[in-house]
Design a binder for this molecule. Structure first.
Ligand code: NDP
Length: 338
């Protein structure tokens, strides 16, 4: 019987607001469903949404019992689709895993053939998991900024910079020769880390909080925002004429207390980024871009690996702001590899 992290509903919310509980269990293989490709999962990883799901917070898991894990990387065991053969190495991100369909925190997964991406030859399976939804989302953001045009004489600002999306966005932008300003609440602890990733400038998160003027000094060629709220509003107000801000997250707030001034007076574009329902062709393009540009040595220094048993405590650390960079889950490791 495969081992999995299964999320189940609680009868009553806990004092901390958890509505679900998560535990490692041996599951019946029938639980995996009947999608056309059976994968032996070797790695998954912890994203912000996995942190929410594994700590039982509302908003992510919409059907229980559910195997958690928004990402998986592994090898095809059986395929009813001609697109894939046993032995193929594949990546799957999003598509509702850990929301409404079973995900990657399990030794086996049954998944739809049409959402899988071939593992690029540039990456091992462990490296692809270290990238995960965070890196793939960072790639979607950087590609979007590039499509809209980046004036590389000014910095691109990245918020939530020590997080998974932020860390990889900083490294990719620097590799693409864009100057990067990293906004973080943890400059004291992680200043060196962010400089090693490629940040030329490190800015305290506090500078972006509070309600600012609708238009402020135009400093940024563009931005990648993982935080939302006042941070995103101030970032828009500081973006230069014609710049683009890619908004992908809400680590601070889902609100947007902004005005239309940056849009109508500075021609600023606010670009929404979703990684869950991205069409396959864009997923493939993002992974190809990662393979071509991501400096793997910097990814390594940003990655911690844990076993399936240690993934739940690691999720609590992520939600308590005690983690940075990326956390890979080695599904077959029997003990802690942290
Ligand atoms: P992480 O938990 O790895 O990083 C989030 C970072 O945000 C933290 O490291 C911290 O960075 C910053 N942060 C946390 N809390 C606050 C706060 N209250 N105010 C301001 N900053 C805060 O998460 P991920 O990188 O995996 O994800 C980031 C966001 O992007 C999440 O909201 C996630 O849901 C979203 N996301 C969206 C996707 C999409 O498809 N649109 C896909 C992937 C992620 P620091 O300490 O450096 O300030």
């Amino acid at each position: 019987m495969p081992r999995a992290i299964v999320i189940r509903s609680l009868d009553e919310p806990t004092a901390t607001g958890a509505i679900n509980t998560a535990a490692v269990e041996d599951i019946d293989i029938a639980m995996l469903g009947d999608d056309d490709v059976l994968i032996e999962v070797h790695y998954s990883d912890l994203n912000y949404k996995d942190g929410l799901a594994l700590t039982g917070k509302p908003g992510i898991v919409r059907s229980t019992p559910l195997i958690g894990g928004a990402d998986l990387v592994g090898t095809v065991v059986e395929s009813a689709s001609p697109a894939w053969n046993p032995g193929d190495e594949v990546i799957l991100n999003g598509i509702g895993m850990s929301e409404t369909r079973h995900g990657g925190f399990c030794e086996l997964a049954r998944v739809p053939a049409g959402s899988l991406v071939k593992l690029p030859s540039a990456f091992t399976q462990a490296q692809a998991a270290a990238i995960g939804t965070a890196g793939y989302t960072a790639a979607l953001c950087v590609l979007r900024l590039m499509r809209e045009g980046i004036d590389a004489s000014y910095p691109v600002v990245v918020t939530g910079a020590t997080g998974g999306v932020g860390s990889i966005a900083v490294a990719m932008l620097d590799a693409a020769h864009c100057p990067v300003a990293a906004v973080t609440g943890r400059a004291d602890h992680y200043g060196d880390y962010l400089r090693e990733l490629g940040a030329g400038q490190i800015i305290d998160r506090a500078e972006f909080l509070g309600q600012g003027k609708p238009l402020q000094q135009a400093r940024w060629a563009g931005g990648i925002d993982t935080v939302g709220g006042e941070m995103l509003a101030n970032l828009l107000a500081q973006t230069r004429y014609g710049g683009t801000v890619a908004a992908c997250g809400l680590a601070g707030s889902p609100s947007l207390p902004a005005t239309v001034m940056p849009f109508i007076l500075r021609n600023v574009t606010l670009a929404g980024i979703d990684s869950v329902h991205t069409p396959l062709i864009q997923r493939q393009a993002a992974w190809e871009f990662l393979a071509a540009t991501l400096p793997l040595d910097r990814l390594e220094s940003a990655t911690l690996t844990v076993s399936l048993d240690d993934a739940i405590p690691a999720a609590h650390r992520l939600m308590n702001g005690q983690a940075h960079g990326r956390i890979v889950v080695d599904i077959r490791a029997s003990t802690s590899v942290a």
